[in-house]
Design a protein around this ligand. Sequence first.
Ligand code: GDP
Ligand code: MN
Length: 388
Amino acid sequence: MNLHEYQSKGRFARFGIPVILGKVATSPQEAYEIARELGGTVVVKSQVLTGGRGKAGGVKLARTTEEAEQVANQILGMSIKGLPVRKVLIDPAANIGTEIYLGVTNDRAAGKPVMMASSEGGVEIEQVAHDKPEAIIREHIDPFLGLRDYQARNLASGINLPREHWRAFTKIAHGLYQTYLNTDAVLAEINPLVITREGQLIALDGKISIDDNALFRQPELAEMRDIEAEPKEVVHARAAGLSYVKLDGQIGCMVNGAGLAMTTMDMIKLYGGDEVGPANFLDIGGGAQADKVAVALRIILSDPGVRSVLFNIFGGITRCDEVARGILQALGEVSTNVPMVIRLNGTNAAEGRAIIDSANIPNLTSAETLTEAAQKAVDAAKQAMRAN
Ligand code: GDP
Ligand code: MN
């Protein structure tokens, strides 16, 4: 679960990180009032659960209250990466000198948290990792020792931060690590952490991603979930108890079991190469009933990027006939001509296949093996892409 910028900065403040935090508005009139209260130049910032708002025109300065109202009106009508803007944060504007990046996340390979700093702040860190990997300095944190002062200094010196800011930087690094620990975050980042022209270090933007598996012990954070701001398919998937992650490929996958889902994605990558890839990770879980399968298929088909669908079901606790019924149920509600490939194996596979066969769906073909299924789904996606 991701927190909004204003929620993240609110948490940062609790752990001693200096932030600029105004108020949230849901209408231009409210923005006007807040701007008047704050006085001076403000920055109007779209609150959507995605990065790159600045580049998309979702972060704008306003010098007067009227301008704040105007700009808020503009931004509240926007959609950023498919997410409609329903709230804007009105902050007193900062006088930016330098923009830095500071973040902490889980390094799964190392089995430890890692703190990262970069002099290339204000740009998405993935972009920096791609274009200028040497500009990212890392310090792994021993979970038993916590972040040590010398590590914060290593980061400061690694990004050539002037000495006079090291003390403030170290304090912020500790605050960020505390935020990360206390919120059960998988990511806590400040981007940009700015040095103002007045010489102060301030967190101007914040992002906290909380580990969904820890939400049960973070009731206060769980309360902060903004369902309106989440992509619809994510909300539907969660309500149905599906593990769903959207990716940017063309083949929609419906699989039971996380390991099998990973394998299926690997097989698609193997045969799809650079041309086509998986459109999502979707695990319907063990013992899924027809209803859940139908929700899953509707989610897959609602992705406009999907060119073919691959069902890969290994019936253990899950019964293949239930899955087959779910597929037919969903196809009864949403008609589609997207080509689909199905592989059913294991418990009640013969019954499942019989159900599918008797339904006579022209755009659905079956496959015996995963290799065959992946190849067919890749071919179908490529054909559909050429036809468009
Ligand atoms: P993001 O694009 O979604 O990461 O949104 P940010 O909150 O990081 O804002 C993007 C950029 O807008 C920052 O990197 C700054 O360059 C700029 N910006 C944000 N707040 C202010 C401000 O108060 N004053 C000025 N001058 N620029 C700002
Ligand atoms: Mn940012």
